[in-house]
Ligand binder design. Structure first.
Ligand code: PEP
Ligand code: MN
Length: 355
């Protein structure tokens, strides 16, 4: 499986790291678009992003103005000279974007997850040489991400790149979307020539996470950044919590330390960060387990039952050890963990019952 990749070769954009694309989540009004773009341009940002068609997870959110917003973007290009980057999900979107002079297209996470939609886009774009950036699918499926890149490449599009925007999970933790850095790193390992940008806004989901995520992605060797920036972030119609002022973005970019010759690899810091997050999860789950065990204690008290039910205890140990063995852990190790958990659980139950 190969991809034929050509450089993005964006007119007027120097080839240095990071390639920066910035702009609001959504094009809301002509005034907001021009105001944000002018401020970004004055800070030296050369590529403007804005969502015109917004696929929202649930109905009721702002779904974009559609074609009505394209003349506002055209004005950005005329007045600031910035290149335009817009999300497209259907051939109709792509047609309207190309007509409006959009320079770079991106495929959103929800679209990448749908091979029919990506194929329809690829078929429509066949014969053009437009650069297309493909966001990872919402689910952590590297093959689906590669599949989307292959469909576009198969239609003759060679100026392609990837955007890492993190992956959805049911439980919301520190990040809005889990970074799972090993996935874009594996993509890079498979296709070393493919430019990969990081979208700290959708990974972090919070303003204060943008700077550290930008630095982390640069340290790991990403080629560029896609950052949401809005002239009045608090009033944004979508993704308000994660958008930063153009001034703030400038400040963040200014302080980025860019090290040369960095390969896209996971840094020790990021691996440690993942371990910290997992330990956090373990602590939360243990707390939840102790709480439920406390509820069981109250039940036992009401029904005059002994705290330790040996049958149940043996069953737990047996099942967990077998499960552990299936996951490559020694049954002895798993036994020690569950004996310790059980001991603490019994201690807490005794305390509750005798209170
Ligand atoms: C966006 O860039 O505003 C967007 C909708 O992103 P994603 O497809 O990553 O959710
Ligand atoms: Mn957004």
């Amino acid at each position: 499986m190969e991809l034929e990749i050509k450089e993005l070769a964006l007119p007027g954009i120097p080839k240095q790291r990071p390639l920066v694309i910035a702009g609001p989540c959504s094009a809301e009004t002509e005034e907001q678009v021009i105001c944000t773009a002018t401020q970004l341009a004055s800070k030296g940002i050369k590529i403007f992003r804005a969502g015109v068609w917004k696929p929202r997870t649930k109905p009721g959110g702002f779904e974009g103005h559609g074609e009505k917003a394209l003349p506002w973007l055209k004005r950005v290009k005329e007045e600031t000279g910035m290149l335009l980057c817009v999300e497209v999900a259907t051939p109709e979107h792509a047609e309207a974007a190309l007509k409006a002079g959009v320079d770079i297209l991106w495929v959103g996470a929800r679209t990448t997850a749908n091979p029919f939609a990506v194929q329809a886009l690829a078929d429509f774009l066949k014969g053009t040489d437009i650069p297309v950036l493909v966001k990872n699918p919402v689910n952590p499926d590297l093959e689906l991400w590669i599949g989307a890149l292959m469909r576009l490449n198969g239609a003759g599009l060679k100026r392609i790149g990837a955007i890492h925007r993190g992956f959805s999970t049911i439980d919301q933790k520190l990040y809005r979307n889990m970074p799972m850095w090993h996935i874009p790193i594996e993509l890079h390992r498979k296709f070393p020539k493919l430019p990969i940008l990081c979208d700290p806004s959708h990974i972090g989901g919070r303003r204060d996470l943008i700077a550290p995520l930008c630095q982390q992605s640069m340290d790991m060797g990403f080629d560029g950044l896609v950052v949401e920036s809005h002239c009045r972030p608090d009033e944004a119609w979508s993704d308000a919590k994660q958008q930063v002022l153009p001034d703030v973005l400038d400040f963040i970019l200014d302080r980025l330390v860019i090290r040369d010759n960095v390969e896209l690899t996971e840094s020790l810091a990021s691996l440690r960060n993942q371990i910290d997050n997992i330990d956090d999860d373990i602590m939360n789950l243990l707390t939840k387990r102790m709480r439920i065990s406390g509820e069981i204690a109250m039940y036992k008290k009401e029904h005059n039952m002994a705290v330790v039910q040996t049958g149940r205890y043996s069953e737990i140990l047996e099942k967990r050890c077998a499960h552990g063995a299936l996951c490559g852990m020694s049954p002895e190790f798993v036994r020690r963990i569950f004996e310790a958990i059980h001991e603490e659980s019994v201690r807490q139950q005794m305390e509750l019952i005798n209170r």
